[in-house]
Design a binder for this molecule. Sequence first.
Ligand code: CTP
Length: 219
Amino acid sequence: MKNILITAGPTRERIDPVRFISNRSSGKMGYALAKIAQKADFNVTLISGPVAIPPPEGVTLVKVESATEMECEVRNFAKFADIIIMAAAIADYRPKFITNSKIKKTDGNMMLELERTTDILGELRSSQTEVKLKDELILVGFAAETEDLIKNAKDKLNKKHLDWIVANDISRTDAGFQSDHNEVTMISKKGDLIEIPLQSKEKIAEIILNYIIQKEGEE
Ligand code: CTP
């Protein structure tokens, strides 16, 4: 049985005990992928930020909050994976200082200093991580873009040393972030460019997984 690692949902970066920075990711695309992979007889590990949807039956759910926790869990499971699909919307910045007591307001403005988080996907295949990945690992990312969709997605495919990237236009209101539907373009490092028209995230998940399995099996 093959192992697939899927990440989903947003991360939350704490500011103080009552506040955090997050994003609008619903987790639906990642959860749909986990459900389809489980049905396709994969051994599924789903690492998820805080979402409002139940996990698909039969998957191993690992709950995380912050980008740091996500990084730690991805590193734990990555070495076992035959396929990794990073659908999570991971924060690129977190507050530099977290206070243990609630920040009280003053009359003036306030500045919040942010520091970079790790590019978890970007570092998996780079020398900066000691995680020993399987040689035959298929590494898949998502590109969340509001402009220059294909160009930006191709840049991420190359920069993060991926086998596939799923380009996702998040400026649309009828698809993508929070919607039950999506329309995406899959791009492979070998030059495949596959447009998947608007349909349910579950159907999209099925098509994505089928392409990956079929195309990688052609070698
Ligand atoms: N990603 C990651 N770690 C981060 C940020 C993103 O592993 N700290 C992963 C996402 O899960 C996704 C891919 O990288 O699979 C691309 O994420 P995206 O938010 O589209 O791009 P960024 O790399 O964050 O670049 P930018 O925000 O500048 O578009």
